[in-house]
Design a protein around this ligand. Structure first.
Ligand code: FES
Ligand code: FE
Length: 443
């Protein structure tokens, strides 16, 4: 039934609130896909660490003495409490707060409190090392983990998203850096709604964020941000390359970044990537299932005339069928002038930070979707109330634009449900995939 509905551009509303569906998603989707953990700039030196989550699995990410990135289940092998309770820091080893076992940055058990006296010399310490996250992978400084030891390599999973990541993450010498720590807040929402909002839904901007248009933070044109291209990528990923208007030329090239940086972009990008970077005013998209990103430009303060770009990555960490913890990273080019970085940070705070004008607009709407999806009528699985949500925009009406310079299937409009439909298809594919038999074989 789900497949039939999804193929016709519909999604039954009960999947947004059903507890059994949520449990299945935890196992089949979050237990199997690559999950973003940290950016390398958060671990600048040996000994640096951050603590993160892959949904319900606490993760300790470390940089070892030799500079290698490691990730472990942040749970002591003695009795299981969090080994490290801090968000981030720098140290040579971790001593458990419960009974004092100590592990090094490589995850080795190196000290047992009163060890020989209480366990005897025969205790084999090497059997009690931290449990590594089954797979980790890094692309352009983005560190991902995967709980599935048989998962495809990160680069295969990202697929053509890498081409767009190169624009966002590798345009500058030295790459990007995270400033501060990721901000976190909890919203009442289903993770599919938040993921889709970033990856696939520029259409909501004209209404939800109307006040931003009225204030001049976004172009007043009612069709904005429908201009540009919505690009469908493999494995449920997608991106919207948004232009200011139908001409496709940006009124502020390179998202308002200083002219002094332009020759660097020319050096680091291909001519096709450079063209998109010069002309797009927003890149907004997602890596399935729950990593969203936006490269956005806004004036940081009242009265400011300059435009300040920033890159925001966010993980929508599910806490239940109707709850998401948002993890939001601010990133900027390491090579940008310091003053620009400061202004760019203000620009982020005022727009997509937890108190940003655009962020608050969305959070309100998402909560109301969660509320409305939890009642008896919306939860009816027989669909006796026509309980389907509408993803029909552009279905069988909009043809791909073969002249678009980037990879993927690019449609010449951003007010479109093509990426949403692609997300739903991949979501269902993962849900029905039987992992108990050979990889790649479907029930
Ligand atoms: Fe960590 Fe006992 S739980 S030392
Ligand atoms: Fe929004």
């Amino acid at each position: 039934m789900l497949r039939q509905k999804i193929e016709s551009g519909l999604l039954p509303q009960w999947v947004l609130s059903d507890p059994d569906m949520y449990e299945l998603e935890l196992e089949k989707i979050f237990g199997r896909t690559w999950q973003f953990l940290a950016h390398e700039s958060e671990l600048p030196e040996p000994g640096c660490f951050v603590t993160r989550w892959i949904v319900n699995d606490p993760v300790l990410v470390t940089k070892t003495k030799s500079g290698e990135i490691k990730a472990f289940l942040n749970s002591c092998t003695h009795r299981g409490t969090h080994l490290c309770a801090a968000d981030y820091g720098k140290q040579k080893s971790f001593t458990c707060p419960y009974h004092g076992w100590t592990f090094n940055l490589e995850g080795k058990l190196i000290g047992v409190a009163l060890g020989d006296k209480v366990y005897g010399e025969e205790m084999k310490k090497e059997e009690w090392d931290l449990r590594p996250i089954p797979k980790i992978g890094v692309y352009q400084g983005m560190i991902f983990g995967n709980l599935d030891p048989n998962a495809m390599p990160l680069e295969d999973y990202l697929g053509n998203m890498k081409w767009y990541f190169d624009i966002l993450l590798a345009r500058s010498d030295g790459g990007m850096e995270v400033k501060g720590v990721p901000q976190r807040w909890v919203v009442q929402a289903n993770w599919k709604v938040t993921s889709e909002n970033f990856e696939a839904d520029p259409y909501h901007v004209q209404m939800t964020h109307r006040s931003a248009k009225e204030l001049g933070i976004a172009p007043k044109d009612p069709f904005f941000p429908g201009y540009g291209h919505q690009v469908v990528l493999e494995n449920g990923h997608g991106i919207n390359v948004i232009t200011a208007d139908a001409t496709g030329r940006s009124p502020f090239p390179f998202q308002g970044m200083p002219e002094s940086m332009w020759p660097m972009f020319e050096r680091n990008l291909t001519s096709e990537q450079l063209e998109l970077m010069r002309n797009a005013i927003v890149f907004v998209g997602g890596v399935f299932p729950n990593l969203g990103f936006i490269s956005f430009s806004a004036p940081p303060l009242e009265g400011e005339t300059n435009i300040y770009n920033y890159l925001n990555f966010r993980v929508w960490r599910p806490l239940g069928p109707d709850k998401v913890e948002v993890w939001s990273w601010f990133m900027i080019d390491k090579a940008a002038p310091e003053e620009y970085k400061e202004k760019s940070y203000l620009s982020y705070l005022g727009t997509f930070g937890p108190s940003g004008i655009l962020e608050q607009d969305d959070a309100e709407i998402w909560a109301r979707i969660a509320q409305a999806s939890g009642g008896l009528m919306a939860r009816d699985k027989e669909l006796s109330y026509n309980n389907v949500l509408n993803y029909l925009m552009g279905l069988d009406r909009v043809e791909p634009d073969e002249t678009f310079p980037g990879p993927g299937v690019a449609y010449p409009i951003c007010f479109l449900d093509a990426v949403s439909r692609n997300m739903h298809k991949y979501w269902l594919e993962l849900l029905i995939k039987d992992h108990s038999i050979a990889e790649g074989v479907y029930r």
